[in-house]
Design a protein around this ligand. Structure first.
Ligand SMILES: Cc1ncc(C[n+]2csc(CCOP(=O)(O)OP(=O)(O)O)c2C)c(N)n1
Ligand code: SF4
Ligand SMILES: [Mg+2]
Length: 284
């Protein structure tokens, strides 16, 4: 039986007091323990940034990678041993700007990884520049008189690109976030959880109080996450109204990359030897 303490690292986080990253780290450990996945079967690729600084704060097989590049090594690991749980852990800047091409391509191919995006709507580590999800008019170091662009909508772009599991959680409701992360990890195919994370130092707009007023759960309404059109409508809601829906926006039963293109498993020697290619693919 896996215990949450199995994931505990001795390294003390250096995030600012009150940073939402503390919640995400703790919730991720709880989710993995509750799914009974041991650290030796878990691989996490951490991006650059405050989010990425979680790399040595959780015991697993972790990689610290270049900015915007957390997805590619995650895919590489999964091809080598598809029976591992592989998670890319990345900030909004790394994912939705520097790594945007990788985001789209991985979603399109339905790569079998989980991506957790710490979406604090700012470049945190580099001290408060506009990110792709910063709200229009919010003043930052790069736009002192107010951010000029409309923010990217990560939910609708993920769905349009082909992701088969698209969810959003927030750090103000850790148990709900934990359930989303568990579902994402169990999902076969490309799963993304956009996590609304507070940055108490550089983002004074999207605070806990801001979200508390706006957030509601999709599952508390008559919502069908397999309805793509409805998913797009709900994804727009956070951008066009004063409401922020959270939960599973969209999920689809689509063939994973292995079913479409089994050749990617040619390096997965051990797993193939153990199970045989056909049985392995059937279980993925
Ligand atoms: C290719 C590259 N571009 C820029 C940087 C500088 N850089 C380091 S962290 C960072 C911002 C990270 O923002 P985000 O991904 O949102 O993570 P956060 O710090 O907010 O968690 C930038 C621009 C870098 N290290 N590498
Ligand atoms: S700068 Fe923001 S994201 Fe980074 S540790 Fe501090 S509160 Fe967290
Ligand atoms: Mg950020």
């Amino acid at each position: 039986m896996v215990n949450i303490t199995d994931y505990n690292s001795e390294i003390v986080p250096t995030w600012c007091p009150g940073c939402g990253n503390y919640v995400i780290l703790s919730v991720l450990k709880q989710a993995l323990a509750e799914l009974n996945i041991p650290p030796y079967k878990t691989v996490i690729t951490f991006d650059i940034g405050c989010a990425g600084n979680g790399a040595d704060k959780i015991i697993a097989n972790n990689f610290k990678v270049l900015h915007g590049r957390a997805i590619l090594p995650a895919i590489g690991v999964k091809y080598t041993n598809p029976e591992l749980t592989v998670i890319a852990d990345i900030g909004d800047g790394g994912m939705y700007w520097e790594g945007a091409a990788h985001w789209i391509a991985a979603a399109q191919r339905n790569e079998d990884i989980t991506v957790l995006v710490h979406n604090n709507q700012i470049y945190g580590l580099t001290t408060g520049q506009t990110s792709p999800t910063t709200e229009k008019n919010y003043p930052t170091k790069t736009y002192p008189t107010g951010t000029v662009d409309e923010p990217i909508n990560p939910i609708s772009v993920s769905i349009a690109a082909g992701a088969s599991f698209v969810a959003r959680g927030w750090v103000g409701d850790p148990s709900h976030l934990k359930e989303l992360i568990k579902q994402a990890i169990q999902h076969k195919g490309f799963a993304i959880v956009d996590i609304l994370q507070t940055c108490v130092t550089w983002n004074h707009l999207n605070t806990l109080a801001y979200y508390k007023e706006r957030v509601y759960k999709l599952e508390d309404t008559k919502y069908d996450p397999t309805n793509k059109q409805l998913a797009y409508q709900k994804a727009e809601e956070a951008h066009t109204t004063n409401k922020v829906p959270i939960g599973v926006f969209y999920k689809a039963d689509k063939p994973t990359i292995y079913k479409k293109y089994p050749q990617v498993l040619k390096k997965a020697g051990l797993a193939v030897k153990k199970r045989g290619l056909k049985e392995l693919i059937n279980n993925l």
